[in-house]
Design a protein around this ligand. Structure first.
Ligand SMILES: [Fe+2]
Ligand SMILES: [Fe+2]
Length: 279
């Protein structure tokens, strides 16, 4: 295959009680049906609240199964719980092996590798990083062998949390340490990635659209396909609008398009929380 078209969706936060988020997913589905990429990757926060509601994960799975295209998923903090960080408070819902196993049972593998159009694609579970769970070490060992197997091919990495804000060694701040891959796991990951031809890091989690290049690696933050977070709640870094990202990979080349399919609505998190309070 000389060209591989991949559509990244992220932060769908699906649960059957959230009609607005489901309606946005249907707009996304129609766009995917019309464009028929080779693969859809959901880069996490697939479900509204996996740790307390297996039904959210199963409902999300049913909507992805209805897509006319193969899907791969990665876990987000709302699917399997969050990472502990060195500087921030302990997460209210910490990542656990039981939540990870639920994700795998319903949505499939939480880390994966495949090759297409001369590229090596790797998906990582970013929530186990810095967790101390046995799978954290297991995944790093797995990654070491996958990177060795890439044998100089360009690598595209997908994970829920962006690696960093602007620079790999940005200091961790208490208020934002939950936003990026936490230290010291980030440094270990950066060292491993520094030894290969890393061309793309595609994440989500922040619910803001952003696209920048650091050295020869393009960092893409997919927006949420479901909702935005107001400036009162969250610093504005990129663009706050819902949408998806389309990639076109060819041997040694990459195109990125940020797309806002027709009909999508910029639902605000405040509206969702007001609905939850009223339910
Ligand atoms: Fe999210
Ligand atoms: Fe997230």
């Amino acid at each position: 295959m000389s060209e591989f078209r991949l559509t990244q969706i992220s932060d769908t936060h699906l649960g059957r009680r959230f009609a607005g988020l489901v309606a946005n997913f249907h707009c996304i589905s129609e766009h995917i049906d019309a464009t028929r990429p080779d693969l859809v990757v959901n880069s996490g926060d697939v479900s509204f609240d996996g740790p307390t509601s297996r039904d959210d994960v199963e409902f999300a799975k049913s909507l992805h199964d209805a897509l006319p295209v193969q899907c791969r998923h990665l876990p987000g903090n709302h699917d399997i719980g969050d990472n502990p960080t060195a500087v921030g408070p302990a997460p209210a819902s910490p990542v656990s092996e039981a939540h990870r196993q639920q994700f795998r049972a319903v949505l499939g593998e939480d880390h994966w590798q495949f090759e297409a159009a001369g590229w090596c694609f790797i998906g990582l579970n970013s929530l186990v990083m810095n967790s101390g769970l046995a799978f954290e070490t297991e995944q790093f060992d797995w990654l070491t062998s996958q990177l060795a197997g890439a044998k100089g091919k360009p690598v595209a990495l997908f994970l829920h949390k962006p690696l960093f804000l602007n620079l790999p060694d940005d200091p961790e701040l208490t208020e934002t340490s939950f936003r990026y891959v936490p230290q010291p796991a980030r440094q270990r990951l950066a060292q491993m990635l520094g030894e290969i031809d890393l061309r793309l890091v595609a994440g989500g989690h922040v619910h803001q659209r952003r696209d920048f290049t650091f050295r020869h690696t393009r960092h893409v933050w997919a927006p949420s396909a479901g909702f935005v977070i107001s400036d009162q709640r969250q610093q504005r870094i990129g663009i706050k609008e819902v949408g998806l990202v389309e990639y076109r990979f060819q041997p040694d080349s990459l195109e990125v398009r940020h797309v806002r399919p027709p009909g999508l609505v910029d639902i605000d998190l405040d509206e969702i929380q007001a609905q939850m309070a009223a339910d």
